[in-house]
Design a protein around this ligand. Structure first.
Ligand code: SF4
Ligand code: SF4
Ligand code: SF4
Length: 320
């Protein structure tokens, strides 16, 4: 690895873009690893531990975005660290104004609430668009396997929440009442004949009624991702706004690509700015119009601006 940069010194900007982050102490760096969806094979984990023990401090750090960070790595060891991690096909992440490593919950493989394969989606994003320069700012992507939304998808630049729209066919219903009991939002209640009445407007799209029904009366009408755009956390947080519904898994990468295309163009004169702030400045119609050309069946008619979350600290009563 080339560690020399401008004027013969280390180019910290380039290193950071490559996942090597300067620490407080001279010559030492944190090396952020690329762990799409937060999933690691046990083999990789062993190799990471081996490399950390050999080159780093006596601990590693788990970042809030599911990465493992090797702490206290001397820049003189970068080549060795990268080569040794490479033996287990473990790569280093990226920072800076790029598409970051996507985060995801466990999805539908083993989690009983999971509706879609978020791990597969995270791998697809990682394989196809990880590290692409946005020209403006960092760009984060996250996937939740169901409306519980443990990974908090709407605080990503583009966040995906798996959802299912149920439909009911009462022919086989045995009036057991389980669907009404299990519905978390009061969208199902027993009618006069004890068979369920569906108040669709209250539905959270969680699919619990489908899972619990012993007669197969509840079926899947639509399954896909609810898509949020323009979220971020930090000093000025924004909650992303919903821009599409029931996007099929196979269209996730293309969808993000189109958001990126719009972002680059719309933010041309705005410098270093996050997607959410661009939507805030321009309004969401332009983004929706752009996306609608490619995804006419999924893009919503209207979207509010990303929601501002006020997190300003208040001084204590004694601080005047
Ligand atoms: S979002 Fe849903 S599927 Fe994902 S971890 Fe949470 S409960 Fe499980
Ligand atoms: S999908 Fe969830 S919220 Fe909607 S009706 Fe079924 S149980 Fe209720
Ligand atoms: S769970 Fe199924 S069988 Fe039971 S009341 Fe609901 S629809 Fe009918």
């Amino acid at each position: 690895m080339e560690t020399k940069g401008q004027k013969g010194g280390l180019d910290l900007g380039n290193l950071k873009a490559g996942g090597f982050i300067k620490e407080r102490e001279r010559d030492l760096f944190t090396v952020r690893l690329r762990v799409p969806g937060g999933r690691l094979s046990v083999g990789k984990l062993k190799k990471i531990a081996e490399v950390a023990e050999k080159h780093g401090g006596d601990y590693v750090h788990l970042s809030v975005r599911q990465s493992i960070e090797l702490i206290h790595i001397n820049y003189r060891d970068f080549d060795a660290v990268v080569a040794e991690l490479g033996e287990a096909d473990q790569k280093v992440a990226s920072c800076g104004a790029r598409v970051r490593v996507p985060v995801a919950c466990g999805g539908c493989e083993y989690n009983p609430n999971g509706l879609m394969d978020t791990q597969q989606a995270a791998l697809e994003v990682d394989r196809n668009i990880f590290g692409i320069a946005t020209e403006h700012h960092k760009f984060k992507v996250g996937f939740s396997g169901c409306p519980f939304d443990c990974p908090k998808a709407p605080i990503n630049d583009v966040g995906f929440v798996a959802a299912v729209e149920p439909e009911i066919n009462l022919k086989e219903c045995i009036a057991c009442g389980l669907c009404a009991q299990s519905c978390p939002s009061g969208a199902v209640h027993p009618g006069d004949d004890q068979k369920p009445v569906f108040a669709k407007e209250n539905c959270l799209y969680c699919g619990d009624c489908i899972k619990v029904c012993p007669s197969g009366s509840w079926q899947v009408r639509q399954l896909g991702y609810m898509v949020f755009a323009g979220g971020k956390w930090g000093r000025r947080p924004l909650i992303g706004t919903q821009v599409a519904s029931f996007l099929p898994a196979g269209q996730v990468v293309d969808f993000i690509g189109e958001v990126l295309n719009w972002y680059r163009e719309a933010a041309k004169e705005m410098g270093r700015i996050r997607l959410g702030d661009v939507i805030f400045e321009t309004g969401s119609d332009s983004l929706l119009d752009h996306l609608r050309k490619r995804f006419p069946n999924n893009v919503v008619d209207k979207a509010a601006a990303p929601q501002v979350i006020l997190t300003r600290f208040r001084p204590s009563p004694t601080t005047k």
